[in-house]
Design a protein around this ligand. Structure first.
Ligand code: IMP
Ligand code: MG
Length: 200
C-alpha cells in the first residue's frame, strides 16, 4: 500500500499532536458553555459529537479521547465522492440526520472542508433543530478559491494545498482510510483505479 503513495503532507506524529490540541480546545470551550448554563453536574447528554461518515471515523475516534468530559456520539452519513472520483459531485444525505438536538451543544466533525457542500448541508439541517450551540471542526481545509458553498468552520487542524489526499480516514474509491498519514497518491494508481471502476 505504501508504494501507492506519492508523498506525505502531514505525518502521523503531527496529526496526533494537533488532534490533542483541538480536543483540549474544544473541551475547554464546551465546558465554558456548560458552566454558563449553570447545569451543574446535570450535563449528561448535553454535548453531542456528530462525525460525518465515513471520512471522519478515524479523526473522531482520536478527537473524543482528547476530550475529558461527558459527551455522546451520533452519526451522520453523507456521500459526495461516489466511486473513483477526485472531485465533489454535490452532497447527498445517505441516512437520516440525527434528531433531538434542541438545547444540545453540538459539534460536527469532518475530515476535510473542500467545496463546502457536505458541511453546508449538515450545518443547515442541524441548525434548524435549534441546538444550544453548533460548532464545526475539520481536520483539513483546502483553499478552494471557488468554494461552492461558504461554510463557517470553528476549528481547523491543518490548511493543505488543493490536492487530492488520502489517509487518516480519507479514501479514494473506498481504499487508503487506514494510511496513518495524510498523503497524496501516485498518478498511475489513480488512473488504474479509475479504469477498473469504469469497467465494472
Ligand atoms: P465538500 O463537500 O466538497 O466540502 O467535500 C467534503 C467531503 O468530500 C469530505 O467529507 C470528504 O469525504 C470528501 N473529500 C474532499 N476532498 C477530499 C480529498 O482530497 N480526499 C478524499 N476525500 C475528500
Ligand atoms: Mg466525508
Amino acid at each position: 500500500m505504501d508504494h501507492d503513495l506519492a508523498g506525505i503532507l502531514v505525518d502521523e506524529r503531527a496529526i496526533a499532536g494537533r488532534v490533542r490540541e483541538l480536543g483540549a480546545q474544544l473541551a475547554a470551550d464546551l465546558e465554558r458553555d456548560l458552566a454558563r448554563e449553570a447545569s451543574g453536574s446535570d450535563d449528561f447528554g448535553k454535548v453531542v459529537m456528530i462525525p460525518v461518515m465515513t471520512g471522519a471515523i478515524v479523526f473522531v475516534a482520536d478527537l473524543i479521547r482528547a476530550m475529558p468530559m461527558r459527551l455522546s456520539l451520533k452519526l451522520v452519513a453523507v456521500s459526495s465522492y461516489p466511486g473513483a472520483s477526485v472531485q465533489s459531485k454535490g452532497a447527498k444525505l445517505a441516512a437520516e440526520i440525527p434528531g433531538d438536538l434542541a438545547g444540545k451543544h453540538v459539534v460536527v466533525v469532518d475530515d476535510i472542508l473542500d467545496s463546502g457542500q457536505t458541511l453546508g448541508l449538515v450545518r443547515e439541517l442541524i441548525a434548524a433543530q435549534n441546538p444550544a450551540s453548533l460548532r464545526v471542526c475539520v481536520l483539513l481545509r483546502k483553499p478552494d478559491c471557488v468554494r461552492v458553498r461558504p461554510v463557517e468552520v470553528d476549528y481547523v487542524g491543518f490548511e493543505i494545498p488543493e490536492e487530492f489526499v488520502v489517509g487518516y480516514g480519507l479514501d479514494f474509491d473506498g481504499h487508503y482510510r487506514n494510511v496513518p498519514h495524510i498523503a497524496t497518491l501516485r498518478a498511475e494508481v489513480v488512473e488504474r483505479v479509475r479504469r477498473r471502476s469504469t469497467r465494472g
